[in-house]
Ligand binder design. Sequence first.
Ligand SMILES: [Fe+2]
Length: 162
Amino acid sequence: MTNQNTQKRITLLQFDEEIRKISVKTLNRYLVNFSILSLITKQAHWNLQGFNFISIHEMLDEFYESLQKYVDIFAERLVQLNCTAISTPEYLVQNTNFEEYPSHISNSIDHLRELHIRYASVANSLRQDIEQENADAATIDYYTQALEELDKFVWFIEAHLN
Ligand SMILES: [Fe+2]
């Protein structure tokens, strides 16, 4: 994933250049990941049917709100790090590692299975980047907060699937 759009904004914030570059690289990845997770969460929220409809429908809206919160946090952190935050549809499609979300499913458990795989994969990636300190301290702090949320979502989903 590349994002060469350094803004060269005038700022008094001082970052070690190597750490800034690593932060930008991982932030770009999570801006894409969380943007897509929020989109597919609404896709499931709208279309699911069947077992526990209303509770899953409402649970997914809470997940969506939280995912959107981190989309905003990661985007604004990129700008603070003198980069352009990119979450255009074209950029998302070009830079995602997710498989295409199936549009033909409707069963609530099928939707939860699809979300489960993708939420867990981003949670485990965040965990790895936190452990390897692949960002500056403040960005790592955001990753930790986002990971707490995703781990909880994975747990909630697994409680439906197990
Ligand atoms: Fe809704």
